[in-house]
Design a protein around this ligand. Structure first.
Ligand SMILES: Nc1ncnc2c1ncn2[C@@H]1O[C@H](COP(=O)(O)OP(=O)(O)OP(=O)(O)O)[C@@H](O)[C@H]1O
Ligand SMILES: [Mg+2]
Length: 406
C-alpha cells in the first residue's frame, strides 16, 4: 500500500462555496491546495506550478472545463497531471467527452465529501505508482546499458588479447633471430673482405647499411606499439566488471602521476597552442581501498578530455595559458575529494546534461566514442559508491569533482 503523502491539488471552480468546501476537505486529508476561479487563471498558474492532481469544474463562464482541459493536455509539461472533472450534469455525453479529453475520473455535484476524498486518493496512488514504475524502468535501462557495455568491452578485450600476446611473444624471438643473423653477416663481412661481384651488387641494391641501421628501430617501434596495445587492452579489461578482482589499498597520487606521464606527449606545445600547464595541489591523503586501475582510467578520461578541449578550441588559448588543475584532499574523515579542472572552452548547459550518457560525443566521427565519461561515471558511482559531478561555465572552463567514500 502506498502512502498518500502531502500532494498539491489544484481546484478550478468559479463558485466560491464549491472552492471553500473542497479546500477544507483536501486540507483535512493532508493535501496542499491551490485554487483558480477560472480556466484562464488555472492555465496561468500551471505555467509556474506543477500540481499532482487537478479538480476541474466543467461549467464556467469564459473558458469552460473542456477547453481548459484540452489546452493543458496540449502542454508537454502538464499533460500527465491527472484531471478529475466536477459536474452537476448527469449527462452521459459530457462524461464521455471528458474522458476523451484525457480526464481520469469525474465527480458529480452536490459533493459527497467521502466520495471526493476516495476518488482523489485513488488517482494520487495511481500517479505515485506510475512514477515509481517509470523510475525503476529508467534504472533498469541504465543498468542494462552499462552492463552490456561492460560485456562488449570485455568480449573485445578478450578476443584481442590472444593475437596480441602471440605477436608480442614472437617479436621477442624475431629480435633474437635477427641479432643472430646480423652478427653472422658481420662475420662474413669480416672474413670475406672481397666478396664476389653478385654479392657486392646485392649489398648496394638493398642498401645494406641503412637496412642494418633501420631494422632494430623498426623492431623497437613494433615493441612499443604492442606494449601500447597491451596497455589499452589491460585498461579495457579493467572497465568490465568481469575483471574486477578485489579492492586493494593504493596511493591515488601515484595513479594520477602515472596517467600524466602517459599523457605527457599530449601536454607539450604544438602548432596551435602553447604547452599545457599542470598545477598539482595534492592534499594529505591516506592510502585507501579501491580499484586503482579503474580509477586511473577515470583520471585518463578526464585529463584527455581536458587536453582535447585545448586542442579543439584553440582561440581561447590566445589569452590564457592552457591549464589543468588537479587538487585532492579529504573533505571529512571518510571522503576523498579529487578535482580536475581546466580553463578551456567549457561547454553549454545542453552538453553538460548529456555528458555522462554512453555514446554522447561532440567530437568528429572517428575521434571520440562518447564512452569516456559514461564509463568513468560507472566506475565512480557504481564501483566505488562515490559521486562524479561536472560544472562548467562556457568560455571559462570546466571542473569535475569526484567524491569517494573510504
Ligand atoms: N573538460 C571538458 N570541457 C568541455 N567539454 C567536455 C570536457 N569533457 C568532456 N566534454 C564533452 O563531453 C563529451 C563526452 O565526453 P566523453 O569523454 O564521454 O566522450 P568523448 O571524449 O567525446 O569520446 P571518448 O569516448 O573518446 O572519450 C565530449 O565529446 C565533450 O563534448
Ligand atoms: Mg573523452
Amino acid at each position: 500500500m502506498i502512502e498518500i503523502q502531502e500532494n498539491l491539488i489544484l481546484i478550478v471552480d468559479d463558485k466560491s462555496y464549491n472552492i471553500e468546501l473542497l479546500f477544507h476537505v483536501m486540507q483535512l486529508n493532508g493535501h496542499r491546495v491551490l485554487v483558480a476561479n477560472s480556466g484562464e487563471s488555472a492555465l496561468q498558474k500551471l505555467q509556474i506550478v506543477c500540481p499532482d492532481l487537478i479538480l476541474l469544474d466543467i461549467m464556467m463562464p469564459g473558458m469552460d472545463g473542456f477547453e481548459t482541459c484540452r489546452r493543458l493536455k496540449a502542454d508537454d509539461k502538464n499533460k500527465d497531471i491527472p484531471v478529475i472533472f466536477m459536474t452537476a450534469l448527469t449527462n452521459t455525453e459530457d462524461k464521455i467527452k471528458a474522458f476523451k479529453l484525457g480526464a481520469v475520473d469525474y465527480i458529480t455535484k452536490p459533493f459527497q465529501k467521502e466520495e471526493v476524498v476516495a476518488r482523489v486518493n485513488v488517482q494520487l496512488q495511481l500517479r505515485n505508482l506510475n512514477r515509481q514504475l517509470q523510475q525503476s524502468q529508467f534504472q533498469l535501462m541504465q543498468t542494462e546499458k552499462i552492463s552490456s557495455l561492460g560485456q562488449l568491452v570485455a568480449g573485445v578485450a578478450h578476443e584481442v588479447n590472444n593475437p596480441v600476446s602471440f605477436i608480442a611473444g614472437n617479436l621477442e624471438y624475431t629480435n633474437n633471430y635477427l641479432e643472430d643473423l646480423i652478427s653472422l653477416l658481420n662475420l662474413y663481412q669480416k672474413h670475406l673482405s672481397h666478396p664476389p661481384e653478385e654479392i657486392t651488387q646485392k649489398i648496394a641494391e638493398i642498401d645494406l647499411d641503412f637496412l642494418l641501421e633501420d631494422l632494430p628501430k623498426m623492431i623497437a617501434s613494433m615493441n612499443l606499439g604492442i606494449e601500447r596495445i597491451s596497455d589499452i587492452m589491460r585498461s579495457l579489461r579493467s572497465f568490465s566488471r568481469k575483471d574486477a578482482t578485489q579492492k586493494k589499498t593504493a596511493d591515488i597520487h601515484q595513479g594520477i602521476d602515472t596517467t600524466l606521464m602517459i599523457l605527457s606527449h599530449r601536454l607539450k606545445a604544438n602548432k596551435s597552442r602553447p604547452q599545457i600547464e599542470v598545477v598539482k595541489e595534492y592534499g594529505n591523503l591516506p592510502e585507501f581501498e579501491c580499484y586503482s586501475g579503474q580509477l586511473n582510467q577515470v583520471f585518463m578520461n578526464l585529463l584527455s578530455n581536458a587536453i582535447d578541449v585545448f586542442d579543439e578550441k584553440v582561440e581561447i588559448g590566445k589569452q590564457n595559458t592552457p591549464q589543468i588543475r588537479i587538487s585532492t584532499g579529504l573533505i571529512d574523515d571518510n571522503t576523498v575529494e579529487i578535482i580536475i579542472a581546466d580553463n578551456g572552452y567549457g561547454m553549454s548547459e545542453e552538453v553538460r546534461k548529456k555528458l555522462f550518457n554512453a555514446f554522447f560525443t561532440t567530437k568528429p566521427e572517428g575521434k571520440g566514442t562518447g564512452l569516456g565519461l559514461s564509463i568513468s561515471y560507472q566506475i565512480i558511482t557504481e564501483t566505488h559508491g562515490g559521486s562524479l559531478e561536472c560544472s562548467s561555465s562556457p568560455g571559462k572552463g570546466t571542473q569535475f569533482v569526484i567524491h569517494i567514500p573510504i
